[in-house]
Ligand binder design. Structure first.
Ligand SMILES: CC(C)=CCC/C(C)=C/CC/C(C)=C/COP(=O)(O)O
Length: 256
């Protein structure tokens, strides 16, 4: 019966560490396997071929990513201080839930539609119509990414959120963070506000984002990616900006 030692030697160990992933990908019997090369010749033949070195990179990237995700899970759990009534900051949970509603899709959609119905100036109508377009685009994009990535919400999350749709059982990216970044960038660009109010808008976006982790709804990477996505999405909205010139039928509809 072969001893563990002899089977390690057969894989070409000989006291030197071996990258099993490479060996097992090619198989010990493959004609160009490192083991065969060592059997065939001197030190030059024992060196790893260039294509094998290239194949090492994905595993290093994989290890780096897994470590990052592990840190993300660990830190997000520690920061989930309002995840339940009994958590360290459980008494702040009701306030966090108010902040959650302030970044929810329903109030923003209803508020924008209400504003559109009430607006009498064409400039206000144009801005609000584009805000509505931005909010809908954001909902669709977040739903698509959540459906593709299918990352589960943190285990410490209590699923007691105000109005959700089916993909909201997934957590990547945070829809609240995406909306917060998108809406705040939109407001800063299209509303004339005094500096303190502009600061307040940015603070609101940050507080909504941080509260997602504190409530235990998300891991930090969900929120960070959400913020980036929302920020980038605003550029798309600006690029596709709807106006009476490029969408006359739409504006005619709202001016009736
Ligand atoms: C018109 C239409 C389909 C409205 C749906 C509005 C709605 C229910 C949006 C969901 C908002 C929500 C709960 C997002 C989840 O946010 P996370 O930060 O937890 O990802």
């Amino acid at each position: 019966m072969p001893s563990p030692r002899s089977s390690r030697d057969r894989r070409g160990g000989g006291g030197r560490p071996e990258f099993l992933s490479l060996v097992s990908q090619r198989g010990p019997g493959a004609p160009d396997s490192p083991a065969r090369r060592r059997e065939a010749g001197g030190p030059a033949a024992a060196a790893l071929p260039e294509e094998d070195c290239m194949k090492l990179n994905p595993s290093f990237v994989g290890i780096a990513l897994s470590s990052l995700l592990a840190i993300d899970l660990w830190a997000s759990k520690r920061l989930g201080v309002c995840a339940a009534e009994g958590s360290a900051w459980g008494s702040a949970r009701p306030l966090m839930k108010v902040i959650e509603v302030s970044g929810h899709g329903v109030p923003w959609l209803l508020g924008t539609c209400y504003g559109l119905c009430q607006s009498h100036s064409s400039a206000a109508r144009e801005v609000l119509l584009n805000l509505l377009f931005a909010l809908l685009l954001d909902l669709v994009l977040v739903a698509v990414v959540k459906g593709l990535v299918k990352r589960q919400r943190p285990t410490h999350n209590k699923m007691d959120m105000f109005v959700t749709i089916s993909v909201d059982k997934y957590s990547f990216p945070s829809g609240h963070a995406t909306r917060a970044a998108l809406v705040s960038r939109f407001i800063l660009r299209h509303l004339v506000l005094a500096v303190p109010l502009r600061v307040l808008v940015v603070l609101w976006a940050l507080i909504v984002s941080i509260s997602r982790v504190m409530l235990g709804r998300h891991n930090m990477t969900d929120v960070l990616f959400g913020l980036l996505l929302g920020y980038a999405l605003y550029s798309v909205v600006e690029y596709c900006w709807l106006s009476p010139l490029n969408a006359p039928a739409l504006f005619a509809l709202w001016s009736r």
